[in-house]
Design a binder for this molecule. Sequence first.
Ligand SMILES: Nc1ncnc2c1ncn2[C@@H]1O[C@H](COP(=O)(O)OP(=O)(O)O)[C@@H](O)[C@H]1O
Ligand SMILES: [Mg+2]
Length: 467
Amino acid sequence: MAKDTPQAGAALPPYFNIDPDAALADLADPADTAGFARIAQACTQGRTDLASRGLNDQGAKSLRMFSTWEITRYLIPVAQAHFRRVLKQTPDLPQGRSETEGGAKWFTLDEVLRLRAHFGAQGSKAKNYLPYRPDGLPAKLVAVANFKGGVGKTSTAAHLAMSAALDGYKVLVIDLDSQGSMTSIFGGRVEDEWQTAFPLIARHYGDHLRTENQARAARGEAPQPLDETLSAAMDLSADDLIQSTHWPNIDLIGAQLNLYWAEFQIPVWRMAARGWKLWDALTDRLEADGVLDRYDVVFIDTPPALGYLTINGLAAADILLVPLGASFLEFDSTGRFFDMLYSTFASIEEGENIAARALGQPETAFQWDAVRAVITRYDGAQQGELAALMQAYLGPTLSPHRQDFTALIGQAGEQVNGIYEADYRDFNRETYARGRETFDATYAAFKRLLVGVWRREEQDAARERML
Ligand SMILES: Nc1ncnc2c1ncn2[C@@H]1O[C@H](COP(=O)(O)OP(=O)(O)O)[C@@H](O)[C@H]1O
Ligand SMILES: [Mg+2]
């Protein structure tokens, strides 16, 4: 066989011999602007259709039930026989429902939470039925961020929120990504920016202007008027924005496309009032509105950009998680993300501290209880070497737990999101257990951080009281 003739039987690669006339015949007319509107319209229709398939008759998402097996295996660690005995002896407790005569008993998550409270109060103290939360300390805020898209920010934040809720924590999720993926996962309904975190930031700025105006009045200067937007925001608190979800102990501040407007509005406000600490807006408002007392953990999902919303979320965070895949490109861009974090926060500190030093005021220094990079979508067969290398370079900053790639995430179906919403009966029990294991381990690694930082704060508070 001559060297330049293709192997007999092997088809040519698909990019050879494309006939220009055939290609032309396939081609539609040139696209124009109105074409985008038609595409958008088609997407909206499809989206509504898809979304409606995940909705029940009342037009809201519903959460599946939990079986005795799952409860005693994953949620309330007691022997099934003991669990049944306690239920029998305590008729006031939820008794569950069975689908068939004498079949397994199923419970709503609300009922699981009541059962857990019972076991927590009555059961063995050694078992930790109720998750650790020191008295009197505020909720911990957790931001999940990376300026690269598709690295698993939303999946990680959603799974952590669900596992924390299953563990018995009261969870708030704040979606700062105007793409609103987290909002869809939790079935949120958001009409416009007035049902997102935007009014909290606007109100923080409005409060700043009002304080400034008092100083102006004292100097005999005219006040800066609050425009319509700011005046409207002054009447809103976090409670007006928080919506409940199909999870009894997960609430949501949602997002939708209009939230992106904040990226243009915030710098305009900041130009008008250089003294406004825009990065404190979310933290200050959540604290002032009592949110940090009412929840245990607040998860903030951020857009794939280091814009003003992300800066706000990052500045509010006590714990920062940075998901990335074990690939060269993601490692490389995550390195640049940390570099951007450094320059952004260093320049804020520098700008603030020039003024603070001149006025003899305390200096601004951002602090996070913990920062962790987390490997997501890990494929041990292919990525072991790269992950080990990343571990060597990042040391303790990289969480030693790697979140495996699991087909269960994509497979969970259109009605449910992720592993914790899926019914294990839809899968082979082994597959389910393995998929669940990886996200349980992701949660365990996170919970270790959470419990550690709360403990540190508890000890610091106790030490302060002693002084
Ligand atoms: N552990 C995982 N195993 C398999 N697929 C995953 C995993 N984590 C995330 N994915 C998938 O990767 C894609 C991007 O994840 P997503 O959480 O939306 O990233 P981001 O919020 O950073 O853009 C999604 O299709 C998601 O289903
Ligand atoms: Mg996302």
